[in-house]
Write a protein that binds this ligand. Structure first.
Ligand code: B12
Ligand code: SF4
Length: 583
């Protein structure tokens, strides 16, 4: 079978491109998401872009370069780039943490294919669009906004034709001379009904390109194939450090209100997944954010077809008893995720989540009574008004909760730092002093350089009036240690797991201290040589940066033993092949 040639190849970069040569101590920056610190998970928007572009006659291939690099130490990225020559390459610079890797890939593409356009997209590229085109000649276009499906079709068709870019919405491009032109962001869809994240589409592409690793979302996905469905793009809340808040989306992406997916289509998305995978499905975005009616319609729809997958609901504010009852009536196995951020109501309010502990505790009690299978609580470090003592207070509060709700052993607290970066474009990033923050890096280039430093302490782009970087690091490891012990005490994790987490924390702390000592050496050559010999040890990413403040498996909701319905997957692939002409 001849491999299809793609019009667009979407590449997902690692955070720091040279992580295999010289891994730093990235710490617990990714402990509460499924990825490793290389953040190998590609933006879910790749799936909707691929589906939309293919529907409009263009061929798209996704290659998760970060994941290929993690999986195979000798995976040759240059060879991959050299042998592929699509009409254009697209790279996500969605999370700022990928700025080093994204630019490294862009530079490499231009080296091998000087005439092939390189397009960057995602929230961080949107924020830094002008600087990127000014500073980095190897990037040709930035496609801005939270939704780029339609303008990307226009761009690719223009690249095939008359190359007139002025009228393409959301596009920043060079004007032919020295200037940069940022076309206005006028493509801002009001709903998500024509934009689909369809995992069946991805399965089909895996077959077309015979590349299961290239499409794999994160390292353990085939053993834990958790998926997500989206209620919205945008948000109505104003969390101060969030680069996806209502205010940030308005100024950056010209979005004045969130775009929602029709609740009936949302339920259908879940049924489609459930037909093929027996693993948990996460609903991104609070189903009650658009209003009571939205949540009610969605739950009515879900009730029509009982499924066995665990469904995880994310709540921005604690839901009422009545709302929980409706969930319990409609979904057999439901789970809850909520992020109180701090136990201290004053800190929580300063962050932008103004609800009381009492209402959250009531939610927990109700949810347990109604049969909720698991409740995850996410706390954060690096918040406005939050001191070292306050972080320890959060762990004490977790003890109170675990005591109060025992013997329920599925109330699981997590704590992690706001890292590696305070989100560009967030309210605090824009006016740090007003909120008691000191910003250490502002430009894209400063962030790119920061990623080359040896530990997450030096990568952090902020300090607060209440904690400097040393205290953020120290409170992270100390609270991680205390919470870990608490989890063992209350039987949430076994003693062996707890011991290994504690060992990793101690090891990481020693490494961080050693790095501090080396960084203080006056001679740059000696500093470099010492870092080189210290960091370039096999397995150092695994040993010092993964599952440091908690064991990653703690994040996993229950799955059934056989997680993929292979019969149904094959049936879908055969059915789809009949309707698709493979080249
Ligand atoms: C869902 C979500 C997640 C999910 C990820 C799901 C996924 N694979 O995409 C999870 C929970 C895993 C997650 C993790 C993280 N997240 Co998050 N996440 C969100 C959230 C709540 C919604 C994102 C969303 O709705 N996307 C909509 C989907 C459909 O579109 P999309 O993926 O963004 O893609 C579209 C555009 O961005 C663009 N686009 C993207 N890439 C490209 C590339 C090209 C070439 C083009 C043309 C266009 C393009 O076009 C796409 C389609 O229209 C936002 C907050 C918000 N309100 O937006 C934060 C947010 C995006 N996350 C953020 C952060 C910081 C993280 C973490 C780094 C946190 C951490 N330290 O662990 C990790 C990174 C994980 C990784 N990559 O491995 C920040 C990003 C700030 C910034 N500018 O850097 C945000 C804004 C807010 C926040 N603090 O949570 N996140
Ligand atoms: S952190 Fe706050 S503002 Fe950001 S997406 Fe979540 S609820 Fe919305």
């Amino acid at each position: 079978m001849k491999m299809a040639t793609a019009d667009l190849i979407l590449l997902h970069p690692p955070t720091y491109y040279d992580f295999r040569k010289r891994p730093g101590i990235y710490g617990p920056i990714s402990d509460v998401v499924p990825s490793t610190p290389v953040f190998e998970m590609y933006p879910i928007g790749f799936a909707s872009l691929s589906e939309y572009l293919e529907r409009h006659g263009l061929k798209v291939r996704i290659i998760n370069v970060a994941l290929k690099m993690i999986k195979d130490d000798r995976f040759d990225v240059e060879k991959l780039i050299r042998k592929n020559k699509p009409l254009a390459f697209g790279i996500d610079l969605h999370w700022m943490a990928h700025v080093h890797g994204a630019l490294a890939l862009a530079e490499m593409i231009k080296r091998f294919h000087p005439d092939t356009p390189v397009i960057l997209g995602g929230l961080s590229a949107t924020y830094y669009h002008e600087e990127i085109l000014r500073q980095y000649p190897f990037v040709d276009f930035v496609m801005r906004g939270d939704s780029t499906e339609k303008p990307l079709v226009q761009l690719l068709k223009t690249l095939k034709g008359k190359k007139e870019f002025k009228s393409i919405p959301n596009l920043t491009h060079r004007d032919g001379g020295n200037g940069i032109r940022a076309n206005p962001i006028t493509y801002v869809p009001e709903d998500l009904n024509d934009i689909t994240i369809d995992y069946r589409h991805i399965m089909k592409k895996v077959v077309r390109y015979a590349d299961p690793v290239g499409y794999q979302p994160f390292i353990d996905w085939y053993s834990y194939p958790v998926t997500a469905v989206f209620t919205c793009r945008g948000c109505i809340y104003h969390c101060k450090t969030c680069g996806g808040s209502a205010r940030t989306f308005r100024s950056m992406a010209n979005r004045t209100k969130p775009a929602y997916r029709d609740p009936v289509l949302l339920a259908q998305d879940i049924f489609n997944i459930s037909d093929h995978l027996n693993a948990p499905i996460m609903i991104i975005g609070d189903i009650f954010q658009p209003g009571e009616e939205y949540g009610a319609t969605f739950l009515r729809e879900m009730k029509k077809k009982p499924i066995d997958n665990h469904i995880a609901f994310e709540f921005f504010i604690p839901p009422s008893r009545n709302q929980l009852e409706r969930i319990a009536e409609s979904i057999k196995y439901f789970n809850i995720e909520i992020s109180p951020e701090s136990h201290d109501e004053e800190v929580r309010k300063a962050f932008g989540r103004p609800y009381a502990n009492l209402s959250m505790e009531k939610m927990i009690a109700d949810a347990i009574e109604l049969g909720c299978k698991r409740i995850d609580l996410f706390f954060m470090i690096g918040l406005p008004k939050q001191t070292y003592q306050s972080v320890m207070g959060t762990v004490d509060y977790c003890r109170l909760l675990l005591e109060r709700f025992q013997p329920y052993d599925k109330l699981v607290p997590f704590i992690s730092p706001l890292a590696p970066f305070l989100d560009p474009g967030s309210t605090v990033f824009e006016e740090p002093e007003k909120f008691g923050y000191r910003l250490l890096y502002r430009t894209a280039e400063e962030h790119r350089q920061a990623l080359t430093t040896p530990s997450w302490k030096y990568i952090l782009n902020y300090e607060t009036e209440w904690m400097d970087r040393n205290e953020i690091v120290a409170s992270t490891y100390e609270s991680g240690k205390r919470l870990n012990r608490l989890k063992a005490e209350f039987g949430l994790i076994d003693r062996k797991t707890a011991a290994s987490v504690e060992l990793r924390i101690d090891r990481a702390l020693r490494m961080m201290e050693e790095i501090d000592r080396i960084m203080a050496l006056p001679d740059p050559k000696e500093r470099e040589a010492s870092l080189e010999s210290m960091l370039n040890r096999p397995q150092s990413l695994q040993n010092y940066s993964m599952s440091t403040v908690c064991e990653k498996r703690e994040l996993e909701w229950p799955t059934r033993f056989i997680r993929m319905n292979f019969f149904k997957i094959i049936k879908t692939l055969i059915a789809r092949r009949k309707t698709t002409v493979l080249p």
